[in-house]
Design a binder for this molecule. Structure first.
Ligand code: PHE
Length: 460
């Protein structure tokens, strides 16, 4: 009569490490390997390209405070939630949500896959810029007028489209090999190197003559600039930068073994990502003011300002090249985490082979990237709400789709998984108070805060 509740082990039979029921699922080679892969996903163009210009457009210091507050409350909670879903279900976002929550929840997985596909398409355009900058700095050195050089470059589709294609091909190549292979290990020394150059850049930038106005802009909040826009932008930036709200972390979590401490891993990833963004802010914003530029320059900001900083450094062209190479690699470890959920979906749910699926999706995303690449050049006049294609796709995903995904993830883990998620959260101490706080954040404040920001923004 008495039945042992399956409840105890957390989840029904699928958490045996074999998502498809056929092939054994591969796992990360090591604990640190997983942290580096997840941090590799988080640290990328979001930190160096997107963060500084969004700070610049949203009032500086106020934005920084709001951003940090969101990252360390909502951001970390939702990252843990995604990892919990992934590890519990051991499968792709669609399969995971369906297996744990029933058929309607598969919709959450699909929303994530669409977001991943759209982000991948414009991400490779900006990553292409990075590749181009590495190459041009190495072969031709600094342009006399960096702002004008950037304008001329993005206006030329014969340059921007091929480099986006090259970057997409690199992404496909890595995902073909499986994200759990060499890339885990490569990150181990590439990331610290990128951090080292960022720190050197930051030191150089803050000591430039005229940098103090930029430091003040970045660090001294001017609350008069605060508005609903600050909240929306900070929320979108947090989701984008942490790679959450679309199932990338779910997918990486699905390659995770039991016995790993998820909250601790998430803490590392969030910490590293935030540090990278803060350093990028120090490397760019003071230099913007030192060079007499406007912080509201928009998406070209990093590409205009960083060369001016490198130009004032000994061996600037060399460091500059190395920096853009490392940034391209950081972008690559992010783009693979955008492609992998899609690939995992077709492998798990449709039993397709990794090879064909990876190439097909990569190619489709490349085709979609062409309008984004054109949008800063020949298509600059085609705008909706004053935004070109790249800006529009970016605003749609980061500003709406990722937060909406995050809201659903919070509700899903908070109310559908509920106490089951507690066991997955921290296997060592079922009753840890921290786990319950986390669950209650997901249940009430997180969905309300996200919904409130989205609704207020929509009403404007
Ligand atoms: N977080 C990555 C970056 O900052 C971008 C990304 C977003 C990657 C969403 C995966 C998922 O560059």
């Amino acid at each position: 009569m008495y039945k042992i509740p399956t409840f105890h082990t957390g989840f029904p039979p699928m958490s045996t490490g074999n998502g498809s029921g056929m092939r054994p699922r591969e796992h990360w080679a090591s604990r640190i390997g997983f942290i580096f892969a997840a941090a590799g996903s988080a640290v990328g163009l979001g930190n160096v390209w997107r963060f500084p210009y969004v700070v610049g457009e949203n009032g500086g210091g106020v934005f920084l405070i709001v951003y940090l507050a969101i990252v360390f409350t909502l951001g970390i909670s939702i990252m843990i939630a995604e990892l919990v879903i992934g590890r519990a279900a051991q499968r792709n976002p669609v399969g995971a949500c369906r297996a744990l929550g029933g058929a309607p929840w598969a919709g959450l997985g699909y929303l994530g896959l669409v977001s991943a596909f759209v982000i991948l398409s414009f991400y490779c355009v900006v990553a292409g810029w990075t590749l181009n900058y590495a190459w041009t700095l190495a072969t031709r050195g600094f342009a006399s007028d960096p702002a004008q050089a950037f304008e001329a470059f993005v206006a030329s589709p014969s340059q921007t489209i091929p480099v986006a294609g090259v970057f997409m091909a690199l992404t496909v190549a890595v995902v073909l090999g499986g994200v759990k292979g060499g890339i885990e290990r490569a990150n181990l020394f590439l990331m610290p190197l990128l951090f080292a150059i960022l720190v050197a850049l930051a030191v150089r930038a803050v000591t430039l003559p005229g940098a103090s106005a930029g430091l003040a802009f970045y660090l001294a909040p001017d609350f008069s600039t605060f508005g609903i826009g600050t909240l929306t932008e900070a929320l979108g930036q947090a989701f984008f930068s942490l790679s959450i709200g679309l199932g990338a972390m779910m997918t990486y979590g699905s390659y995770l073994d039991r016995g790993q401490n998820i909250p601790r891993a998430a803490g590392w990833v969030v910490g590293l990502d935030t540090l990278a963004a803060i350093f990028a802010g120090f490397a760019i914003l003071p230099a913007v003011f030192a060079a007499g530029l406007s912080p509201e320059t928009g998406p070209g900001l990093a590409f205009v300002v960083l060369p001016t900083v490198f130009a004032t450094m000994p061996f600037g062209a060399l460091f500059g090249t190395l920096f853009f190479v490392l940034l391209s690699i950081a972008a690559l470890t992010s783009s693979i985490s955008l492609l992998e959920p899609l690939v995992a979906y077709f492998i798990d749910e449709h039993r397709l082979r990794r090879g064909g699926v990876t190439v097909a999706i990569g190619f489709a995303a490349f085709l979609l990237s062409i309008p984004s690449a054109l949008s800063l050049g020949p298509w600059a006049n085609y705008t909706v709400f004053g935004k070109g294609v790249l800006d529009l796709l970016d605003a749609l995903t980061a500003g709406i789709m990722l937060p909406a995904g995050g809201l659903l993830i919070a509700l899903f883990v908070g109310w559908v998984l509920g106490p089951r998620a507690i066991m997955e959260f921290d296997e060592s101490s079922e009753r840890s108070r921290f786990a319950w706080i986390w669950l209650w954040i997901l249940r009430i404040p997180a969905p309300i805060a996200i919904a409130w920001i989205l609704i207020r923004w929509a009403m404007q």
